[in-house]
Design a protein around this ligand. Structure first.
Ligand code: PMT
Length: 397
């Protein structure tokens, strides 16, 4: 794994401070080094202990605490940061930043860092709309600070309006955007991504499925749309949120996924098959719930269409990328799939390795190219893997 990036998460004293536990946990699970810095007021809303546990790092609050690892704490943290995120950002920290006031650890780090700074404001609507706050926000934007728009809704003070902390997912995605600082190199390209598991009905209450959560496919869709592509996401059932800007088509069965992929194929430049499509479905669907008895039951299965193989036969200018989820002879099996399905690139994941495959936020993959090249990648977050796959696709154009 490359040296993990350091995300310094500054938390100021707003009611939304408790939500940052989720952000910290997500960053840590995705392989970031997370350094939490809290204002004294923030510690009234969420304990440093919670954040220390979730970030696996000591939480810094006091300017003069000498327990940290840096010789001069605020300078050390400021230099170590690859990004400084302040969430929730109160009207107070925004005002202090606009004036260059450094009267506690967090505001001092803000002045000392040269890392990109991202703010997620959250406060009462009147405080947010106040001309002083709006002036301060403008000043900070002019200085290159990235500021997320607060969401609208019911606020803790009972008022309904602008001022809620943006969704954690939005803050997380923005952090990745700022860190990656990728060019919009997929503008004018249309990419179809399949994601998740399909469900093959046995009767009205039972179905056959697998462990795919859709995370790999959704990461690909999010990464591609950020790089400027038009993205169709054809997804099996999942609890994930469709990334902003992605055109999603939700399906259940392999046959539904197959129909939509064939319908869209003429419009796309790239297909990436990250879905774990059921190879088989029950031959007979029972309209009524199957009754149990004391005997064993046999369900006869029949083959589903192979989506990528079908698209491979129709391929003209399109680039086809497949995944192979294997538990043995990974590379050999993957190469066979690549040939059979007429793929340009195959992403092999070895399901027996910890950190790879289903459900987690990370993957370990090997890219197999048509010309025989192999690129083995280290453990990475699924979003990072998506970035490397898209780089490889770009190379193939
Ligand atoms: O969704 P996650 O929880 O994040 O997990 C990610 C993942 C493990 C599902 C993903 O990384 C992955 O490996 N996806 C492909 C899983 C799979 O079904 O592999 P396969 O070897 O059975 O299929 C090979 C390729 O053919 C795949 O690109 C698959 O989408 C495609 N296929 C398979 C069967 C079928 N009937 N039609 C297809 O198009």
């Amino acid at each position: 794994m490359n040296k993990p990036k350091t995300v310094v998460v500054g938390i100021t004293g707003g009611i939304a401070a408790y939500k940052i536990a989720e952000l910290v946990s997500r960053l840590y699970k995705n392989g970031f080094n997370v350094q939490v810095v809290m204002t004294k007021h923030a510690t009234r809303f969420i304990t440093p202990l919670t954040l220390r546990t979730l970030s696996n790092n000591p939480v810094l609050v006091d300017m003069f605490d000498e327990s940290g690892t840096h010789r001069v704490q605020h300078i050390g943290v400021a230099e170590e940061a690859d990004i400084l995120v302040i969430a929730p950002a109160t009207a107070n920290i925004i005002a202090k930043m606009a004036c260059g006031i450094a009267d506690d650890l967090l505001s001092t780090i803000v002045l000392a860092t040269r890392a990109p700074v991202l703010l997620a404001p959250s406060m009462n609507t009147n405080m947010y709309d106040h001309p002083a706050t709006q002036d301060n926000i403008r000043k900070l934007k002019d200085r290159g600070v990235t500021i997320l728009e607060p969401a609208e809704g019911e606020l803790a003070c009972g008022v309904t309006g602008r001022g809620r902390l943006p969704e954690i997912e939005t803050i997380y995605d923005k952090i990745i955007d700022v860190l990656e600082d990728r060019p919009r190199d997929l503008v004018n390209k249309t990419i179809l991504v399949t994601a998740g598991a399909t469900q093959e009905d046995i009767d009205p209450v039972r179905f056959i499925t697998n462990h795919s959560t859709g995370k790999m496919g959704y990461a690909l869709a999010a990464a591609a749309v950020r790089r400027g592509a038009r993205v169709f996401l054809v997804s099996g059932p999942t609890y994930l949120t469709v990334p902003d800007g992605v055109e999603s088509r939700q399906v259940r069965s392999a046959r539904e996924m197959n129909d939509i992929c064939h319908e869209l194929f003429g419009q796309v430049d790239v297909v990436i098959g990250a879905a774990a499509v059921a190879d088989y479905r029950p031959l007979d669907y029972s309209d009524e719930k199957l009754k149990k008895n004391d005997n064993d039951m046999v369900i006869k299965l029949t083959r589903n269409p192979d989506i990528l193989e079908g698209l491979g036969k129709r391929k003209q200018h399109q680039i086809l990328v497949g995944f192979a989820a294997e538990t043995s002879d990974v590379i050999q099996n993957a190469r066979q799939k690549m040939q059979k399905k007429n793929l340009d690139l195959l992403v092999a994941n070895d399901l027996t390795v910890e950190g790879a495959g289903f459900a987690g936020d990370t993957n370990i993959v090997t890219l197999l190219f048509k010309d025989g090249r192999e690129e083995k990648l280290p453990l990475m977050s699924k979003l990072e893997v998506a970035g490397v796959i898209l780089d490889a696709v770009l190379e193939l154009f």
